[in-house]
Write a protein that binds this ligand. Structure first.
Ligand SMILES: C[S@@+](CC[C@H](N)C(=O)[O-])C[C@H]1O[C@@H](n2cnc3c(N)ncnc32)[C@H](O)[C@@H]1O
Length: 326
């Protein structure tokens, strides 16, 4: 759907139509510094649809019960560009925000390994957490060839989440603290923030939207502390706690950090790791793009004491399925 919609918008932009007028210089700026302006624009359109402001266009959006039809949709897209210009300009000024629940499948397997190895209660710390939905991963349900892990009545059920070697599903897991940090955190108890996250979900991927909504409902029941802080600043203030394993986790946020902040985070983790012991553990679980892994992202686990990094699996960008290799 978005391939067709974006192609139509691109043709209109190149032809000097209303898309060019709306975007102003954004498309040209993007050549110097990627702004993801296309995702901003289609997110803004989806937001109008979800808010019920464009009933005619909604008929082409599967997320609200419509069926995508490029020919039928295009005149209503043009109408929306004209009628809702202010709302779309506001959307263009905002960086896209996503919180992908499928990525919790990688986190769950990493944390289970930490719980299995050290048998300590877990403090979960997420940098680039967005709305912090994945901080509630232990309230989600993950399917694998050997069965399910997680509460049977969870609203977030991810069939086929795990493939390959099974994570240690019998590990004693207790999450005692949930801390999330983001430059632009979203609060799913606010309708406005929840709607924003939904708008960046692609309208013809109803399963992603459904799990986002179900995870938001869980997040309203299971508290987590979410703060507006950069990854570097957040880790500078982090300390380890005796009798716990502190698990620092992040997914698909690393490319947003500049080289200095990336280095700062890694140096801070090493420094914290130097203070770790078997009853005061630090772990780093990450699902991030890497050049060496064509078509998939490695899931990496590092634990201190010892400090060795191991690739324990691979996953596609949205996390499902994770193929566990270690
Ligand atoms: C693509 S989203 C991924 C969100 C979430 N980790 C997930 O996987 O669903 C990237 C997130 O990183 C955040 N971010 C970007 N730069 C950051 C920084 N320097 N420090 C903390 N968060 C940052 C953004 O605000 C955004 O929420």
């Amino acid at each position: 759907m978005y391939a067709e919609l974006i192609r139509a918008l691109a043709d209109d932009l190149e032809g000097g139509g209303p898309t060019r007028d709306l975007l102003g210089g954004l498309a040209e700026d993007d050549a110097d510094r990627p702004t993801l302006f296309v995702l901003r624009l289609v997110g803004g359109l989806h937001r109008l649809v979800l808010d019920g402001k464009t009933p005619a266009l909604a008929a082409s959006y599967p997320s609200v019960g419509g069926a995508w039809d490029r020919e039928a949709a295009w005149p209503h897209v043009l109408e929306a560009l004209a009628v809702h210009r202010d709302a779309l300009r506001a959307a263009l000024a905002q960086a896209p925000q996503t919180n992908e629940i499928g990525r919790s499948a990688a986190l769950a397997g990493g944390v289970l390994r930490v719980a299995d190895r050290f048998a300590l209660p877990v403090r979960l710390v997420e940098i680039g957490a967005s709305a912090g939905l994945n901080l509630r991963f232990d309230h989600f349900r993950f399917g694998s060839p050997s069965g399910w892990w997680g509460p049977a009545d969870s609203g977030v059920s991810l069939p086929g989440a795990w493939e390959g070697l099974s994570p240690p599903v019998d590990a004693p897991l207790e999450v005692v603290e949930r801390l999330g940090y983001d430059l632009a955190p979203l609060d799913v108890t606010r309708d406005e923030d929840r709607r924003l996250l939904e708008a960046y979900c692609w309208p013809d991927q109803p399963e992603r939207l459904a799990r986002l909504r179900a995870a938001s409902a869980i997040a309203r029941e299971v508290p987590a502390r979410l703060e507006r802080r950069s990854a570097g600043d957040a880790l500078d203030d982090l300390t380890l706690v005796d009798g716990t394993a502190t698990v620092v986790w992040h997914s698909v946020m690393w490319p947003y950090l500049d080289d200095d902040e990336q280095r700062r985070v890694l140096e801070r983790l090493d420094a914290l790791g130097a203070t770790a012991g078997v009853d005061r553990v630090l772990a780093h679980v990450r699902l991030e793009p890497a050049d060496a892994y064509d078509g998939g992202y490695p899931v990496t686990l590092t634990t201190w004491p010892f400090g060795e990094a191991t690739v324990i699996g691979t996953a596609p960008a949205h996390g499902l399925p994770v193929t566990w290799t270690a």
